[in-house]
Design a protein around this ligand. Structure first.
Ligand code: IMO
Ligand code: MG
Length: 424
């Protein structure tokens, strides 16, 4: 068996949580492979809403086991809040969740370092979620981090204190004021709580499952345009959000990757700083924000909004080897007279189909316009009931990018999902 991968093709917030929750019923295992509590994966079902930050989105499906992979950075405090809220819904989370010992721990001073670093950048700040993601990955690649498996070691406290001492000197270099006394206590309590969960060697767990013919669904966080290598550096997150990240973040060989499903919104959003060629600063952008409820699930920040960008989408499809597309939130465009899609960029007077290297380049999108469908899509459950104008829009996208759209999501609820025949 193989690992199928679901990941975001834009700047995050594509709707990964909803889709993983819908697909999880077909998979005995769902695994997160990168990112951490910077993610906010929203699920809506049976009148309940839930935002997951660390725990994979298969946790609400009976019969699905969930793995937090080694590639994830893990904040015990946030994990505890999330896990207790899930337990309060009578979900037997301890039976459904295992955690890789190799995942790195976010310590309170990582969060302080994130804040200190952002403050020092002034207007050129990244717009981080301030969850300590960057500093934790920095310590991981700098070979100084603490891993979940370390919590079982007799000298764990000493190792924590040594890391904290290094952090404090770095924070002092920033001249940043802080106090983590309360957080630290909460963090150590949360470490005790974490010890009551099943900690595993995730790479063996996954490969043994594949050996037993169990299907695995890997759930990406963030989006391809925030990838540390291929996103608009330095306005990116600190992990490999692309498909290759699933191999590293779970310990599976590239030959074990199965279907790659790429999620995109019918328009674009971005939260935080960095280039966004199709961004709208007018009332159309505001309309998208209000109708799409485009406010961060993790930070509550208003998201920047704009038209669908096929140059960026094709780039993400290329990087990930996307086999099928999942289109989200087309219903948000229901009332629009005209819908635009960027098909190319003009950079320094030249027309291009490539995402430019220069993050600071002035990019002018070239648009194709579509007539809006002006119908409520949110109640439609069958493909044949979709309006002609909508089908024209979706067929154009499929032709341009050369990948079929296999799922159309028309609302946040599990039920508002049309699963099409696989065309490819
Ligand atoms: P999900 O999984 C959208 C953005 C932040 C910031 C940049 C770096 O819900 O799609 P970081 O906290 O990682 O140092 O922030 O990345 N960002 C996200 N934007 N959705 C996310 O996750 C994000 N996670 C990080 O806003 O611009
Ligand atoms: Mg989010």
């Amino acid at each position: 068996m193989k690992v199928d991968v679901v990941l975001g093709l834009q700047w995050g917030d594509e709707g990964k949580g909803k889709i993983v929750d819908v697909l999880a019923q077909r998979y005995p295992i769902v695994a997160r492979f990168q990112g951490g509590p910077n993610a906010g994966h929203s699920l809506h079902f049976e009148g309940t809403s839930f935002v997951l930050h660390t725990i994979p989105s298969g946790v609400f499906r009976k019969g699905t086991a969930n793995l937090i992979g080694n590639g994830v950075v893990f904040d015990p405090i946030i994990f505890r809040e999330e896990a207790e809220a899930i337990e309060a819904l009578n979900v037997p989370i301890r039976e459904r969740l295992v955690i890789s010992k190799k995942a790195h721990l976010i310590v309170p001073t990582h969060r302080v370092l994130d804040a200190a670093s952002e403050k020092s950048k002034g207007a050129s700040k990244i717009g981080s979620t301030l969850k300590g993601i960057g500093p934790t990955y920095k310590d991981k690649t700098g070979r100084e981090g603490l891993r979940i498996g370390d919590i079982l070691a007799a000298d764990f406290r000493d190792r924590y204190e040594a890391l904290k001492a290094k952090h404090i000197s770095q924070i002092n270099n920033f001249g940043f004021e802080f106090n983590i006394d309360e957080q630290e206590k909460e963090w150590f309590d949360a470490i005790e709580y974490l010890k009551t969960f099943t900690l595993v060697d995730g790479e063996y767990y996954i490969n043994q499952a594949l050996g037993k013919s169990l299907r695995v669904l890997a759930e990406g966080a963030q989006g391809s345009m925030l990838d540390v290598d291929f996103g608009s550096y330095p306005f990116v997150t600190s992990s490999s959000t692309c498909c290759a990240g699933a191999c590293i973040g779970l310990g599976v060989a590239p030959s074990k990757i199965g279907t790659v499903s790429g999620i995109f919104k019918a328009y674009c959003t971005r939260v935080g700083s960095g280039p966004f060629p199709t961004e709208l600063h007018d009332e159309v952008g505001e309309d998208l924000r209000q109708k799409g409820h485009e406010f961060g699930a993790t930070t509550g920040r208003p998201r920047r909004t704009g038209w669908l960008d096929l140059v960026a989408l094709k780039y993400a499809i290329m990087l990930n080897g996307v086999d099928e597309l999942i289109m989200m939130k087309a219903d948000v465009l229901d009332t629009f007279e005209t819908i635009k899609v960027a098909t190319a960029y003009k950079v320094d007077g030249e027309i291009t189909n490539q995402v430019p290297y220069d993050t600071y380049a002035t990019v002018e999108p070239i648009y194709k316009e579509f007539k809006g469908w002006k119908k409520d899509l949110s109640q439609i459950r069958k493909e044949e009931d979709l309006p002609f104008e909508f089908m024209t829009y979706i067929r154009f996208i499929e032709e341009e990018v050369g990948v079929p759209v296999s799922i159309i999501s028309l609302g946040p609820d599990r039920e508002a999902t049309i699963i099409r025949e696989k065309i490819g």
